[in-house]
Design a binder for this molecule. Structure first.
Ligand code: G16
Length: 583
């Protein structure tokens, strides 16, 4: 057995190691600076209670992006030096973010050990490669992202750090092969356990969904399917679940081989970046070569996001979570005994609110950031939740879950078509959404992103909008000068959240303009970028009249878009005449 020593290395703080909406995300060129990663990892160990480090089992893995393999070896050496007992690593360092959450919650080691947390190595939907982004975040014992109390401590530690601990002489561990490597250090044994990246997650999915009924749908000659992993880690789960377990054709998977640079693409499942899928589904500028599939879906780099498409049809993420919630009890065995409650992030459309009201469900509106759902779930208050940013999930884990969302939609399709396989036309994704709008009304919705804007200019724009809010009558005067065909602004504020479970308060969570007819304009600065600032503008309008729910959404929202851009002086502040991405 290899014996290692512990070294204490002197270091000095780096600026800007504040975790954002979901961990620390920076360019690879920043992460590879000597001691940069080390400082953050040591600051994290120092922020955790001793029992979560000494003698503990932690998971280290991620979406496989460039620099992950080096980072994993560094973290293993630092974990050993800090007294961690075991490090669990997914084979080749791969685990999707939802799979990490599942592993923390479900996996039991051969010796009965359970993990108390995880370093997840991902910058999610941000591009990867030597000139792109890397990221790291810490998840806790419940499988969810560290709460603000911990991330604040980590940040404070990064500002004062003087030394870190590392087992420099520990040889690199071969993470390409499943198996346990034993070491011995000053505080006793230390093991690195490399395990299959998909088994625990697949087992959990099997327990949630009726795989037999989904299989019937996927092998039906009338149903066609396409899944795009955008060369992220979702590919390994898609192959295992959709093809091996559920019988989909191998050819229905595209970009399902994880690559360190995501094949040079932007692994963000939306209408702009998932180009190949969008074209195949008949939603691109050019026509597809073949008849589009009935169902299409995509994931981001770490497989926690999802985009759901029908043939020539886009399902907004806000509608998606509402539709899953409305159908879950009938279509998904895990929810058969009812939903405990539902929740959405503030900028997500109110489609879910209407479902909650109609079904008499508890409902919560939280700030952006999946961590806010975790408290509700741990307290048994929420079963299903979702965000406009292509995140959907449930209390089976404490992260959003891209593959779960696809299985949820396939379950709904399988349920609606259970008597249709012989002869009848299949109920389509579009049919389900249109029927949902007819029952609950439609929330027209769009998001404009202005990426990599000058950070100072973005701050000024936000400050300007907050300032405007001091007088509602002035706001309405400006609004009416821009358009007369929108209703009055009845409330203008910055969203503030009091967690109903622990009472903690999160301030400045987005600037809202709420209109009398239920329309909303929301402005936020993204917390996930790695350079400059990204301004997000969310625009929503509710239409109850079922004869008006099938308009083109950009057309329906044009008056509100006009108001939003002029009210915020978007072009004046940012110098941009158009957003980078519209979803
Ligand atoms: C993270 C968070 C989500 C959030 C998203 C976008 O997702 O987990 O809750 O909605 O960022 O955040 P922002 O609008 O601040 O950029 P991911 O997929 O990037 O980890």
């Amino acid at each position: 057995m290899v014996v290692f020593q512990v070294s204490r290395k002197e270091t000095t703080p780096f600026d800007g190691q504040k975790p954002g909406t979901s961990g620390l995300r920076k360019k690879v060129s920043v992460f590879i600076k000597p001691n940069y990663l080390h400082n953050f990892v040591q600051s994290t160990f120092n922020a955790l209670s001793a029992d979560k480090v000494k003698g503990a089992t932690i998971v280290v893995s991620g979406d496989g992006r460039y620099f992950s393999k080096d980072a994993i070896q560094i973290i293993i050496k630092m974990a050993a030096a800090n007294g961690v007992r075991r490090v669990w690593v997914g084979q080749n360092g791969l685990l999707s973010t939802p799979a990490v959450s599942a592993v923390i919650r479900e996996r039991v080691g051969a010796d009965g050990s359970k993990a108390s947390g995880a370093f997840i190595l991902t910058a999610s939907h941000n591009p990867g490669g030597p000139h792109e982004d890397f990221g790291i975040k810490y998840n806790m014992e419940n499988g969810g992202p560290a709460p603000e109390t911990i991330t604040d401590k980590i940040y404070a530690n990064t500002k004062t750090i003087k030394e870190y601990l590392i087992a420099e002489d520990l040889p690199d561990v071969d993470i390409s092969a499943v198996g346990v490597t034993h070491f011995n250090g000053p505080e006793g044994d230390f093991d690195v356990d490399v395990f299959d990246s998909t088994n625990d997650y697949v087992k959990l999915m099997r327990a949630i969904f009726d795989f037999e009924s989904i299989r019937k749908l996927l092998v039906s000659p009338k149903f066609t399917f396409c899944y795009d992993a955008l060369n992220g880690v979702a590919g390994i789960y898609a192959k295992r679940i959709f093809v091996e377990e559920l019988g989909a054709k191998e050819s229905s998977l595209i970009n399902c081989i994880p690559k360190e640079d995501f094949g040079g693409g932007h692994p963000d499942p939306n209408l702009t970046y998932a180009k190949e899928l969008v074209t195949r589904m008949g939603l691109g500028k050019s026509s597809p070569q073949d008849e589009p599939p009935e169902f299409g879906a995509a994931a981001d780099g770490d497989a926690d996001r999802n985009m759901i498409l029908g043939k020539r049809f886009f399902v907004t993420p806000s509608d998606s979570v509402a539709i899953i919630a409305a159908n879950a009890v009938e279509a998904i065995p895990y929810f058969a005994s009812g939903l405990k409650g539902v929740a959405r992030s503030m900028p997500t459309s109110a489609a879910l609110d209407v479902v909650a009201k109609n079904l008499g469900l508890k409902f919560f509106e939280v700030p952006t950031g999946w961590k806010f759902f975790g408290n509700l779930m741990d307290a048994g208050l929420c079963s299903i939740c979702g965000e406009e940013s292509f995140g959907t999930g449930s209390d089976h884990i404490r992260e959003k879950d891209g593959i779960w969302a696809v299985l949820a939609w396939l379950s709904i399709l399988a349920y609606k078509n259970k008597n249709n396989f012989n002869g009848e036309k299949l109920v389509t994704v579009e049919d389900i959404v249109v029927q949902h709008w007819a029952t609950y009304g439609r929330h027209y919705y769009t998001r404009y992103d202005y990426e990599n804007v000058d950070a100072a200019a973005a701050k000024e724009l936000m400050a300007y909008l907050v300032n405007l809010q001091s007088s509602l009558s002035d706001v309405n005067k400006i609004v009416k000068e821009i358009r007369t065909d929108v209703s009055n602004v009845v409330q203008a504020d910055e969203f503030e959240y009091k967690d109903p479970v622990d009472g903690s308060i999160s301030k400045h969570q987005g600037i809202r303009y709420l209109f009398e007819d239920g329309s909303r304009l929301v402005f936020r600065l993204s917390g996930t970028g790695s350079e400059g600032a990204t301004i997000r503008l969310y625009i929503e309008q509710y239409e109850k009249d079922s004869s008006k729910t099938q308009r083109n959404s950009q057309e329906a929202l044009a008056p509100l878009v006009d108001v939003a851009l002029k009210l915020s002086k978007m072009q004046e502040f940012t110098g941009r005449s158009a957003p980078t991405v519209i979803t």
